[in-house]
Write a protein that binds this ligand. Structure first.
Ligand SMILES: [Zn+2]
Length: 422
């Protein structure tokens, strides 16, 4: 193995072309551009087709072979010396939220393109092949489930289930996929990967706040979703004395506070959110008899998340008994915490250090394609700061120097895996 000084020297070259990468990001963002500077390019729409066409054109021009699987996932591959070696893959998604930004997903794909272009410019042939994936329907905005393409690739969802999903207009995923010409012949999944690295904006405020350029993503938060139903009794707001009421909204209000206090007891990584509430009958002079509400709990440690779950249920029971209400807490979704591969995380760290970029370990609060790919290949992610931590918003923004730094780290993490020379 090389010495520290020689690995530092080799890590500083090649470097990606930050201005070229930025231009590609802005060119792609023109497809589905919104007046406020964002992007609206929902999965499997004609705009999604235009975005895919453009990126595939760039990848082809960079010498990549293109393959497309049965759910529309796209794989671009740059050959290595060893044709039989599994590919070192990067990528992300190019679909966006209805009022999305220019960077979410698009950055990971175009950083991959920039890696390929840089290897071409430097005349480097890697030992293992390197590739860029564009996963279908990461956002889950038009079709559920979120991260459907990468999930199908990893065997989490059956292909037939993904193809049968319908949007609000009743159009099936399968029909939409065929309509834009992206139903490929390649089987879904079963592709050997040496590793998967995904570059992404943080979508949170931590890196910017701490003035770090690179987030070394060690995993993602585990998540549990609940539907809660508080039941009391509708009653007239005038004639019903305070002590005779069974006010479901009082229970819900206390529960909102309890969920927040619960997350704080599991600080700094615990999260607790009530984001949806429906009050019935929702009339100003009626004591509310029913409240439906959601709870979203997250933690990077599955054991701690289970403890949060137990406290949530006990808290609801205590409030219900105190206020003489009924409360039903039903878990409706669960994602285990994902721990990325320590080898891949180390390779990202080494690349960030070689460039002298300030970095820190970070846990992703959002889901990403990498979470599913991690089930079938050693995986990690590279985060860069985004302005104000704002994402899923037309105002989403990132600084050119951070965009460049993240792609340099991606390039060298991939080079370390792929190896240079025969
Ligand atoms: Zn994304």
């Amino acid at each position: 193995m090389s010495t520290v000084s020689s690995s530092r020297a080799s890590a500083l070259a090649p470097r990606i072309d930050g201005r070229r990468l930025w231009r590609s990001l802005m060119d792609l963002a023109a497809i589905g551009a919104t007046p406020k500077g964002g992007v609206s390019r929902l999965a499997l729409t004609d705009l999604d087709r235009q975005g895919r066409d453009r990126v595939i054109g760039w990848l082809r021009d960079a010498g990549c072979a293109i393959e497309i699987d049965g759910v529309g996932n796209i794989f671009a591959t740059r050959a290595g010396h060893d044709a039989k070696a599994p590919v070192v893959l990067t990528g992300s998604h190019v679909d966006t939220q209805p009022s999305g930004g220019k960077f979410d997903g698009n950055y990971g794909v175009l950083a991959g393109l920039e890696v390929i272009r840089t290897l071409n410019d430097a005349g480097i042939t890697t030992r293992k092949p390197v590739g860029v994936a564009i996963w279908t329907n990461e956002e889950g905005s038009r079709f559920v489930p979120v991260m459907g393409g990468s999930g199908a690739f990893a065997g989490v969802f059956p292909v037939e289930k993904i193809l049968a999903e319908r949007d609000v207009d009743g159009v099936s995923f399968g029909d939409a996929l065929e309509a834009i010409g992206y139903k490929g012949a390649l089987p879904v999944g079963g592709r050997a990967l040496d590793a998967y690295f995904e570059a992404h904006i943080e979508q949170g405020p931590i890196l910017e706040h701490e003035e770090k350029t690179i987030g070394l993503v060690t995993g993602t938060l585990g998540l549990r979703w609940y539907d809660c139903l508080w039941s009391g009794e509708d009653a007239h707001a005038g004639p019903t004395p305070m002590e005779a009421r069974h006010d479901a909204l009082r229970g819900a209000a206390r529960f909102v506070e309890a969920v927040n206090a619960l997350a704080l007891r599991f600080a700094p990584d615990g999260r607790g959110t009530v984001g949806f509430m429906q009050v019935k009958p929702n009339s100003r002079n009626v004591v509310p008899g029913t409240v439906r509400m959601s709870v979203d709990l997250r933690h990077p440690d599955d054991g701690k998340l289970a403890a949060m779950d137990a406290e949530l249920t006990a808290g609801a029971r205590a409030i219900a008994s105190d206020l003489q209400l009924q409360c039903e807490v039903k878990q409706v979704a669960q994602f285990s915490a994902c721990r990325f591969d320590s080898g891949c995380v180390s390779q990202v760290r080494a690349a960030a250090n070689a460039f002298g970029y300030p970095s820190r370990e970070i846990v992703s609060g959002a889901g990403h394609d990498a979470v599913y790919v991690a089930r079938v290949a050693p995986t990690s992610m590279i985060f860069i700061p985004c302005t104000g931590g704002i994402s899923h918003n037309e105002l989403e923004d990132a600084r050119p120097e951070h965009v460049e730094a993240g792609a340099n780290v991606l390039l060298h993490a991939m080079l370390t895996r792929a190896g240079v020379g025969a």
